[in-house]
Write a protein that binds this ligand. Sequence first.
Ligand code: ADP
Ligand code: MG
Length: 895
Amino acid sequence: MKQTFSVSGKSKTAPNDTSDESSSTRVKVLKDELAEIIHQAVRDNRSYLMEHESKEILEGIGIKTTGYLVARSEDEALAISEKIGFPVVLKIVSPDVVHKTDAGGVKLNLASAENVRSAYREILDTFKYQHVEGVAVQRMARSGIEAIIGVTRDPSFGPLIMFGLGGVFVEVLRDVSFRILPITENDAVGMIEEIRGYALLKGYRGHAVDLSALQQLLIKISQLVMENPQIAELDLNPLFLYPDGYITVDARMFVSEPTVNENKTQAGSDSLRDFFYPKSIAVIGASDAPGKLGYNVFRNLLNHHFPGKLYPINPGKDSVLGVKVYKSILDVEEPIVLAIIIVPAKAVGQAIEDCCAKGVRFAVVEAAGFAESGEEGKQAQTRIGKIIHQTGCRVLGPNCSGVINTHHNMVQSIGLLDDLKKGNVGMIAQAGVYAAGILTGLSNVLDFGIVATIGNKMDINETDILEYLSDDDNIKVIVMYMEDIRSGKRFFEVASRAAVRKPVIVLKSGRTEAGKKAVSSHTASLAGNDEINSAAFKQSGIIRARDNEHLFALSRAFSKQPVPKGNGVLVITYTGSIGVAATDMLYLSDMRLATLEPYFQKRLKNALPDYANVGNPIDCSFSMTPEQVKNLIEIGVESNDVHSFIVIIQGEILGSFVDVMKNIDYKGKPVVCCVACKEFMIDDVVKMEQAGFPIYSTAEMAAEVLGRMYHYGVRRQSAIADSIVRHLTKDKLSVDDLPVRLRLINPKDIGLWTDFVNGCSEKSLWLRFLSPFSATPERAQRFCNVNPEEEIALVAEMSTPDHLNKLLGIARIIKNTRCEGEAEYAIIISDPWQNKSLGITLSEQCIELAKKEGYKTIRAETLQENYAMIRIFRRCDFEFDGKDESMVSMSLKLS
Ligand code: ADP
Ligand code: MG
């Protein structure tokens, strides 16, 4: 299982949290003296640092290397060899030699003084016509698993880090992973687990390599490069990975003056609220001639009952579709928020100037004939850019199909559109067809809130809109169709924040731009455009779709169904074969079939005819009826292990399911359906979709979609947990001189939690749970899988080299869903650690976190005889609230 929680504390940087701390307040990893090597090289106009210089810098930040000593004479080479011990390696040190082995400049495994002397002479002889600074003498590293770490810079996304295994893995298989810098601990774990060669690193039985040392190495490289923008690129090639650490064998850094504005975006980030909900719209080029685009746009606005004022602008008309026309936008007396420009390209410049003169805040240029159509168009676009730059008017397009906002009855599309229902999907499309043809079909089965087509995105771009949509409460799911991504770094940051709020699903058509890049380092040659986009998507939590079909398969599920809270699925089918297909895909998607408790098994049996197969999948056979499925779902809803449903329905009788399925209480558990060959029963499919049930033609798609939803939920929770944990002010303490760490509980703690409960006395458990309590697997699951939006569970953990990790105490803040701003507090400390101030420290930290999470009041209840607990509460300033015969209630106001 992938690591889902990062439990890094304050002492470690939290790189993705760009807002929290400025880099100047952090302690630098690289000392100034060593940074000076880099600065000097840049001043000397050198393009790269040689191996020994690079390794000195790496050693300076605690990265292990084979050494960086350089001999200037044969005797010196021998003296160094004797000092570091045989066998040694000699390497040419010359600014003219980049690939040392190819040139004959690497002599390995020199075991004696003799060998060193003759190798030294050979090197000098080979390079007698080149400038030689000396000969590097270093330890001969024992062999290990060969790996590569590199950094390169992308003009759009900024610095990227790469990891891969050496040799054929990188060269032939291109088995590498990328992340955008800086990286978090989770990112480092992800990079390592993602490569196909991960199996080799894990080994079979125990770890073949020290994964945590490797993670730390990746993070150090990330810090080094973030802190020293003069390091343009870097290759550690190779390093050897061992079961106990690693060693860097060769290193090279490319240096240059940092490029300014690398990640700057052209557009500002003013709120686009009025852009999506304007009070008035002028349509420059509105027409009453059917077939003209200016007619379509204006008719759409009228037909969908745009609630604000509409001003058609056309010098040749008196009225359009019954609305009074103005010759120029400047003739309109009232203020205008937004103008749609749909006139020939050559008239757009004047129209924009008029808009600016009128004080229009937003212009949507639907006219085409700009950068997309050659040099002349490009220049025209640049001229518009200059005009708006001076006035601050924001422009969408040109060459776009406008914006639709069903929550504001605003349809600006150039394609005529009839009824659109208000929906929760927000779409950003770099193609007009998503606001026209595709939308017409899709609107049968999916309801959109906002659709924004962005065209040439000369000003307002995908990131601006993504940022806005993540803020708009009418939008629950964000869908993007992208051809290229501008200002990658800002996109990445905005997407990372957006994906924590709502799912962001992206279809990105891959266009290779690798050829455009000047490639110097090995890493750069491996960083194709699509690798970088993939890295950015993964790292920010974006869900990437393969194609249009997949994009809307995912969108329909996210739009209509809740995210499953666990990975147990109940499959209900009428045919074994499709049930098997669902099962296979569930397991391939890291999902599983739910296991029903015996009691539910019995109920299921009673709900089915004798010949039916009561397992999971439940095979109802061809006699399956809607009522039967309803019964089965209602039983499944009650079971703790069922978190979602796949229902495989016969197309012939699909229509009979619509009303029955609509009237089931699913208690927040999602359901998706599969109807084989659904395209031939499309009327009933549309009815089911409109009733809120996504229908897929294959069970594989249904299973995969559920998997994506579940993993989205897991990632989202882990991102929220990460942000909570960054608020811990104290994560390391010592109790009885032993190191104790505070961190959030995570799903991997099931074993530790079980040991903890088993180690507590009956009395301690009674005092905490007010009834006899023992650790069952089901409880372990529940207590370790907390939703950080509803509960913060902080554990105190001891980990010493000779003790395995062990939990000493657990404190929980549980949101009171019935009372806004209120939480319940509970704590348990294992018996030997009671009365040692651990309870107080844990409680203080929990209270801090609750405050930062916005809680106003914390309440606690305990038995009157629980003196230890009452003392902790008093020490944390809880006030006495009341009591009955056995219980005391206390509360704490957090201002
Ligand atoms: P280059 O990449 O410039 O040709 P390297 O320093 O990477 O030169 O050396 C080439 C190869 O020699 C490495 O890939 C590694 O297999 C081996 N090698 C180099 N230095 C050492 C060392 N100190 N210990 C063990 N093997 C080494
Ligand atoms: Mg090398």
